[in-house]
Design a protein around this ligand. Structure first.
Ligand SMILES: NC(=O)c1ccc[n+]([C@@H]2O[C@H](COP(=O)([O-])OP(=O)(O)OC[C@H]3O[C@@H](n4cnc5c(N)ncnc54)[C@H](OP(=O)(O)O)[C@@H]3O)[C@@H](O)[C@H]2O)c1
Length: 253
């Protein structure tokens, strides 16, 4: 079993690769310096030669690349997973957000991910578009909530946290486990993975729990109301672990 995973120099893809390899999967990387994602002919030749059994597209890059990868998977009826984001939803109208809700992003990143979702789904009717929230991991560098909070503390001397933001979020290990399951047992359409969907903890409570759980005694947490959004991704994948299972210090955990 050989899976192509894009974005392996990023944050989440290495965790997915580790979980997949631990289950006996051979992981194929996409090397953008050798195979330019926007050269359609080179991409197609490379994909035909590499012969992956499934594709997990976690890399950023062009909308066309996302569509091209999905089309290759569709032609060979291969499982295809694309990671999208809670940021396809603007804070107005407020959430929680269900898989079929209108996508309302106003910013460039959210609109880019909407375009990728559409390219993937129109190329491959069996593709799984997985929307995820902010990822958390004790170690992983990159776009990781815990690391971002460390950075806020070191750069601003405090960690500002809105009590009126209910973020979509999950631990990378749980996200990676779910992505592996979705590659093994494909689900067509949009799947939400949010460990905060049921209980709806505020960002402020999550930051306090992370501080205690990971010994961040030096964080100076300042409560605010700067961002107001019930961002939860509801209607998600059954059995996805809840935040309280991972963060003992959350209220009610
Ligand atoms: N981390 C989060 O909290 C989070 C939250 C919501 C959604 N997501 C989604 O999950 C996926 C993985 O996220 P991530 O945090 O691992 O992303 P990341 O750390 O920003 O890594 C993205 C990777 O994409 C690849 N890439 C391909 N084309 C690129 C381009 N033109 N510019 C920049 N990078 C390019 C690079 O890897 P290579 O050099 O190996 O190609 C890069 O390391 C993404 O689709 C992201 O939108 C992540």
């Amino acid at each position: 079993m050989k899976w192509l995973i894009t974005g392996l120099k990023g944050t989440l893809a290495p965790v997915l690769a580790r979980v997949a390899a631990g289950q006996g999967v051979e992981v194929l990387a996409w090397r953008r310096d050798e195979v330019p994602p926007d050269d359609a002919a080179v991409c197609d030749n490379w994909l035909r030669a590499a012969r992956p059994d499934a594709i997990a597209h976690l890399g950023l890059g062009s909308v066309e690349w996302a569509g091209r990868l999905a089309l290759h998977a569709a032609r060979l009826d291969l499982p295809f997973v694309f990671t999208s984001t809670a940021m396809v939803f603007h804070h107005l109208p407020d959430g929680p957000h269900a898989p079929g809700d209108s996508r309302t992003a106003q910013d460039g990143y959210g609109q880019y991910k909407i375009a990728c979702e559409d390219a993937v789904r129109s190329a491959h009717p069996g593709a799984c578009v997985v929307r995820i929230g902010w990822q958390i991991d004790p170690e992983q560098p990159g776009n990781n909530m815990l690391r971002a909070l460390d950075q806020w503390q070191s750069e601003s001397g405090c960690v500002g946290a809105s009590r009126r933001w209910t973020p979509a979020c999950s631990f990378m290990q749980d996200t990676a486990d779910a992505l592996v399951a979705l590659l093994r047992h494909p689900v067509a359409g949009v799947v939400h993975l949010d460990s905060n969907a049921d209980r709806g903890h505020s960002f402020l409570d999550i930051v306090h729990a992370l501080k205690r759980s990971y010994g961040r005694d030096g964080w100076d947490i300042r409560a605010n109301e700067d961002y107001v959004h019930d961002q939860r991704l509801v209607g998600g994948w059954p059995g996805f672990p809840q935040l309280a299972q991972r963060l003992a210090h959350l209220p009610g955990a």
